[in-house]
Design a protein around this ligand. Structure first.
Ligand code: CTP
Length: 396
């Protein structure tokens, strides 16, 4: 996407260069514009260095041949991202003025505008500012934040008015560009390990990080789905805009998933469910006794197999970790668990191990038909899984 990042005069303009860098990293082309006020807080040079080209400001409004930059740039851009956006910049755009670069770009017809406001809480809440926000929403503009947190002014308490952090802005923008092909669909995702307790403090588990499932949940949310995420213990932050149900054991995971399964259109089961649990769980911590111990284990429920008994319309996707005979074993699991397809990976292969940012899977159908995908980030893989699953949804 072609993005114009426009900084206006708030102290958060200091963060605009790092926002520009994040957008580059996410694969966008970026140009930068700035109002006069922005230069009180960030230098023209640091914006130009981050963007890799000259800043569009009042001094550069016209090319030497007389062509106006705001017209030319508005044609180039897919999106204008005003970060930080001051109360003044909102007011000027709401009134349809063209006396600064931001409002001029808007009047020149940038196809999409996203505001990232920052200001003192009282200013943000003032009816005049809120009226301007409503007006701009009425023009089809979007807003990211402000968020709550420490405010810049000395002696100012924390409050609503802080600019959203650059990495959050970059992440949220990804959603703006995605097709909304899961709009109106309910997607249920499981993630992370389960813990099967031996006593109150010891348990059987595995090193699953939950990243794959959280990536699927966020990708589905960004494509417009209503998402429920059933998660075993992980250290990942709670994804915004997703119903998060935290569980520990396989039995709890089964019960949380069952409570949503009937209304679900699509289930993606990435959780690494522990297959065994202790036959009896000690109510107190057990001191060690003797030189060896025998632990009696019984099977945990096979969650997918249990849910499959109630399958009606649901598209079901599973994951399988194998160290050998992968495709045949994965296809057999897909048949047994009534899966539409299963993502096979080899945890012993480099880059596919638990916990990493990347994954390499082979998509296997119950028929045994298999398609090997290249190594990619878990977020990229999440979208590919959803691309395949969405095609299987009943249309209309
Ligand atoms: N799974 C499940 N319930 C379990 C174990 C696994 O629902 N008790 C799900 C996993 O989340 C995964 C799929 O089943 O989506 C395949 O997991 P895997 O552990 O490979 O399958 P198992 O049936 O347990 O087979 P194996 O005998 O190879 O462990």
């Amino acid at each position: 996407m072609n993005i114009i990042v426009a900084a206006t005069g708030g102290v958060a303009a200091l963060k605009t260069p790092s926002l520009i860098r994040r957008l580059y990293e996410a694969g966008h082309k970026v140009r930068v514009a700035a109002s006069d006020g922005a230069f009180h807080f960030v230098t023209k040079l640091s914006l130009a260095v981050a963007a890799g080209e000259a800043v569009f400001d009042r001094e550069r409004w016209f090319y030497p041949d007389g062509q106006a930059l705001h017209i030319d740039w508005a044609r180039w851009a897919d999106l204008l991202l005003v970060a930080p956006a001051t109360a003044d910049s909102l007011g000027s755009a709401a009134q349809g003025r063209a006396d600064d670069v931001v409002s001029a770009l808007i009047l020149a017809g940038v196809p999409r505008v996203v505001w990232v406001p920052t200001m003192n809480s009282s200013m943000w809440q003032h009816p005049a500012v809120q009226r301007n926000v409503d007006t701009l929403r009425g023009f089809g503009h979007d807003f990211l934040g402000p968020v709550s947190g420490a405010l810049a002014a000395k002696g100012e308490r924390a409050g609503l008015g802080r600019m959203m952090e650059p990495e959050d802005i970059a992440r949220q923008l990804q959603g703006f560009f995605k097709s909304q092909d899961l709009h109106g669909q309910r997607v249920l995702v499981s993630a992370g390990p389960t813990r099967e307790y031996l006593d109150p403090i010891r348990f059987l588990s595995n090193p699953s990080s939950g990243r794959m499932g959280y990536a699927v949940a966020e990708a589905a949310r960004d494509r417009g789905a209503q998402v429920s995420l059933v998660s075993g213990p992980t250290t990942l932050p709670e994804p915004e805009g997703v119903e998060l149900m935290r569980v520990e054991t396989a039995a709890e995971m089964l019960s949380a998933l069952s409570s949503r399964f009937d209304q679900t259109d699509m289930l993606v089961m990435t959780a690494a469910v522990a297959d065994w649990r202790a036959k009896s769980v000690a109510s107190e911590k057990q001191p060690k006794m003797g030189e060896s111990q025998v632990l009696k284990l019984v099977r945990t429920p096979d969650i997918l197999a249990e849910l499959a008994k109630h399958k009606t319309k649901q598209i079901m996707v599973g994951f399988a970790m194998e160290t050998h005979a992968g495709v045949e074993r994965a296809a057999e699991k897909a048949r047994r668990k009534k899966l539409d397809f299963i993502c096979l990976n080899y945890p012993t292969k480099e880059n596919s191990a638990f916990g990493g940012e990347q994954n390499q899977v082979t998509i296997v159908k119950a028929s045994g038909e298999a398609a090997a995908l290249p190594l990619m980030t878990k977020l990229e893989l999440a979208d590919i899984i959803l691309d395949r699953a969405v095609k299987l949804l009943p249309t209309g």
